[in-house]
Design a protein around this ligand. Structure first.
Ligand code: ADP
Length: 622
C-alpha cells in the first residue's frame, strides 16, 4: 500500500539530487575550471611577456655592443683590444710569427766554428777546446746576430767550466745588445743574458737588466711566447721587480696563451665570417670577441677584443641595459643577434614582477576557495533541508496510512456489533457484551483521535496543560480502569502496585492519564505472547519524586532504537513491528507530556525479554 508513494518519494529524491548537482556542483566545477584557466592563461601571458622583454633587452644590448665594437675597430690601440692578427688561408697569423728573423745565410766558417764549439761542449772534449772554437766563431761572425749566437755559446761554456766571472763578462756584453737583435725564434739575445745575470744572485746589474726587460716588452706582440716566459722568469729572479710589471707580464702571458689556443682552434670559429666580415665570434675565457678589423678591407686582420671592459663601458654609459652573459652556441638561452652568429646570450633580469605574480596566484586561490567554500556550505544546508523534507514526507505518508489503518479496525467492530444489537434474536448477556465492546472500541477511537489532535496542537505550539493538585494514585488507577476491559478481552493480567503514601501533585490529570494509557496500549501491542503487564507508582530516589512505570514481557527494543522511538512518526522497522498498527505518535506525546511536567521518560529494554518505560516526575512538580 505504501509502495507507490515510496517510489514517488524515490523519484523525488533523485530529482532533487539532480537539481542539487545542477545548481551547486555544475557552477562549482565551471567556476573552478574558469579559475584554473585564468591562472594558466596569466601564467602563459607572463611567460610570453618575459620572453618579449628578454628579446627587447637583448636587442638593445646587441645594438649597444655593435656600436661599441665599431668604435674599437676605429681605434685598434684601444685598451680592450687583446691582440691583432692577420687572416691567412691557413688560419690566423700572430705578429710574432711574421717578425723579421735573422737570415739563414751565414758564413760557412762561422757555422763550422760554432758547430765545433758546441760539439766540444756537449762531448766534454775539454773546456779549452770548446772555448777556442767559440772564440774563433766570435771572430768569424759577420754580423751582430752571429756574434750574439757565438757569445751565447761561449758564455755557456764558461758557465759549465765554472768560470763565472768570464761568463758574466760575456753576458754583460750581450746585455748591451739592442733588443731588436733576436734569435731565430724572435727572442732578443739581451733577454737570455738578462735571465742569466738576474739568477746570478749578485744583483749587481739589476738596473741594466730592468732596462732590458722594459725595452723588450715594448716590442709587444713582436715578442714570441717564449720571450714573455723569459721576461717573467727574469722579473721573478730579480726579486726587486715591481708589482705593475708582474701584472703586465701575467696579463700578456694569459693573452698569449689564449691567442695560441685561438690559433689552434681557429677552425671552430672560422665559419662566422662566411656570411659577413662584420660578424663577431666569441672565444675563450675570459671571453674575447673576435672580428675582422675593417670589413671588406685587405689584408683581413683579426681583432680580438676583451668582452668584459667593453660591456663595462656599455653599462657605464647606459645603466638601464640588462646584464648579459655571452656563450658559444649551446650554453646560453637565446641567439644574441645577426652580428653574432653562433653566440647565445643569457640575460639576467631582476624581476620585480615575480612578487605580484605570486600574490596574484594566491589571491585567485583564496578567492576560489572562499567561493567554493560558501557554495559548498550553501549546498550542504540545502542538501540537509532537502533530506529533512524527504524524510518528513515519507513519515507523513506513513502516518496517514497508519492512522487510516488504526481507525478502520475499531470502526469496523463498532459497526458489526451495532448491527448485531439491532437483531432481536440475541440474548441479554450477549447484548451486554456487545455494548461493552462498542464502548471499548469507541474509547480506543477517542484515544487515537486525542493523540492525533494533541500532536497537531503540539506541532502548532498551541497545546496547553492545566495543572491541578491531584492524587497520582488516582490518576494511575483511572488509567488502569480504562484499560481493564481491553486487557481482559485480550487475556492480559495487569499487576497494579500503587504507593498511596505519595502526596497529591500539581499535574494535568487528563494529560498524564493519556501518557499512561499510551504506555499501556504499547505494552499490549508489543507483548508478543507475554500476557503480564505491571503498572507501578513508586517514590523516586529524591524526596518527593515519583516514578510511574509500565513493564511488559514482550518483544523488547534494540538498544540503538531507544532514542529514536520518541521521534515523531518513528516506528521500529522490523517486519513483525510493521504488522502491528500504529502511527508513531504515542511515545512522542508521552515524552511531550512528561517534559511539560518537568520530568523525563526512560526506557530499559532487551529484545526478546520485554521493556520498562518509566515516567520520572520531579519533586518540584509534587
Ligand atoms: P506506535 O506504537 O504507534 O508505533 P509509538 O510512538 O507509541 O508509536 O512507539 C514507537 C515505536 O516504539 C513503536 O513502533 C515500537 O516499535 C516501539 N515500542 C513502543 N513501546 C514498545 C514496547 N512496549 N515494546 C516494544 N516496542 C515498543
Amino acid at each position: 500500500m505504501n509502495r507507490p508513494f515510496t517510489s514517488d518519494l524515490h523519484r523525488l529524491s533523485i530529482r532533487r539530487v539532480g537539481l542539487f548537482i545542477a545548481t551547486m556542483a555544475v557552477p562549482c566545477v565551471v567556476l573552478l575550471a574558469l579559475g584554473v584557466q585564468t591562472v594558466v592563461q596569466q601564467e602563459e601571458l607572463a611567460v610570453k611577456h618575459a620572453a618579449d622583454d628578454r628579446r627587447l633587452r637583448l636587442n638593445e644590448f646587441e645594438k649597444a655592443l655593435v656600436t661599441a665594437l665599431d668604435r674599437v675597430r676605429d681605434q685598434p690601440h684601444d685598451s680592450s683590444v687583446a691582440i691583432v692578427g692577420t687572416l691567412s688561408d691557413n688560419g690566423v697569423v700572430w705578429p710574432w710569427d711574421t717578425v723579421a728573423r735573422p737570415s739563414a745565410a751565414s758564413s760557412a766558417r762561422f757555422e763550422a766554428a760554432l758547430s765545433d764549439a758546441e760539439t766540444a761542449e756537449f762531448s766534454n772534449l775539454g773546456g779549452a777546446l770548446a772555448e777556442r772554437a767559440a772564440q774563433s766563431a766570435v771572430s768569424a761572425a759577420a754580423n751582430a746576430v752571429e756574434k750574439c749566437r757565438a757569445r751565447l755559446v761561449l758564455a755557456r761554456i764558461f758557465t759549465k767550466a765554472g768560470r763565472g766571472a768570464d761568463a758574466e763578462q760575456v753576458y754583460l756584453t750581450l746585455l748591451g745588445e739592442p733588443v731588436s737583435t733576436v734569435d731565430s725564434l724572435g727572442t732578443p739575445f739581451a733577454l737570455y743574458a738578462a735571465e742569466w745575470l738576474a739568477s746570478a744572485e749578485s744583483h749587481r746589474h739589476a738596473a741594466s737588466i730592468g732596462a732590458v726587460v722594459a725595452s723588450a716588452i715594448k716590442r709587444e706582440w713582436s715578442l714570441p711566447p717564449v720571450a714573455w716566459y723569459l721576461a717573467r722568469s727574469v722579473d721573478r729572479a730579480d726579486g726587486a721587480g715591481d708589482a705593475s710589471l708582474a701584472r703586465t707580464l701575467a696579463q700578456r702571458i694569459a693573452d698569449v696563451e689564449q691567442a695560441l689556443a685561438l690559433q689552434r682552434d681557429f677552425v671552430t670559429i672560422a665559419g662566422v665570417w662566411r656570411a659577413s666580415d662584420a660578424a663577431w665570434a666569441v672565444f675563450g675565457s675570459p671571453r674575447w670577441l673576435v672580428g675582422i678589423d675593417h670589413p671588406g678591407g685587405e689584408p683581413r686582420r683579426l681583432l680580438s677584443v676583451r668582452l668584459d671592459p667593453v660591456v663595462d663601458a656599455i653599462h657605464r654609459t647606459s645603466a638601464d641595459l640588462a646584464a648579459v652573459t655571452l656563450a658559444p652556441a649551446g650554453a646560453g638561452d637565446e641567439w644574441l643577434g645577426d652580428a653574432f652568429p653562433g653566440v647565445k646570450a643569457r640575460i639576467a633580469i631582476i624581476r620585480p614582477a615575480s612578487g605580484p605574480r605570486w600574490m596574484q596566484r594566491g589571491f585567485y586561490a583564496v578567492a576560489l576557495a572562499i567561493v567554493l567554500g560558501v557554495t559548498s556550505f550553501g549546498g550542504f544546508l540545502l542538501w540537509r533541508d532537502v533530506q529533512r523534507d524527504i524524510r518528513l514526507a515519507a513519515l507523513r505518508s506513513q502516518f496517514v496510512s497508519s492512522v487510516s489503518h488504526e481507525l478502520r479496525t475499531p470502526l469496523t467492530a463498532i459497526r458489526l456489533f451495532a448491527d448485531a444489537l439491532r437483531s432481536d434474536q440475541i440474548g441479554a448477556s450477549s447484548r451486554h457484551e456487545y455494548v461493552d465492546t462498542i464502548v471499548n472500541e469507541s474509547e480506543r477511537l477517542t484515544r487515537l483521535l486525542n493523540n492525533v489532535l494533541d500532536f497537531s496542537q503540539i506541532e502548532q505550539g498551541g497545546k496547553a496543560y492545566r495543572f491541578e493538585p491531584r492524587s497520582l494514585g488516582d490518576v494511575v488507577r483511572v488509567a488502569a480502569r480504562v484499560m481493564a476491559y481491553p486487557l481482559e478481552q485480550h487475556g492480559f493480567t495487569l499487576h497494579l502496585e500503587i504507593d498511596d503514601s505519595l502526596p497529591p501533585a500539581p499535574v494535568d490529570g487528563d494529560a498524564l492519564q493519556q501518557a499512561i494509557l499510551n504506555l499501556l496500549t504499547n505494552a499490549m501491542k508489543y507483548s508478543g505472547t507475554g500476557r503480564d503487564i505491571d503498572l507501578r507508582l513508586a517514590p523516586g530516589a529524591a524526596h518527593g519524586d515519583a516514578i510511574i512505570s509500565v513493564v511488559d514481557r514482550g518483544t523488547g527494543i534494540p538498544l540503538h532504537e531507544h532514542v529514536r522511538i520518541f521521534e515523531k512518526f518513528y516506528r521500529v522497522g522490523t517486519p513483525e513491528n510493521q504488522r502491528i498498527p500504529g502511527a508513531g505518535l504515542g511515545l512522542t506525546l508521552v515524552d511531550h507530556i512528561v517534559r511539560a511536567h518537568g520530568g523525563s521518560i526512560r526506557v530499559d529494554s532487551t529484545p526478546g525479554l520485554g521493556s520498562t518505560f518509566s515516567i520520572h516526575l520531579p519533586g518540584t512538580a509534587t
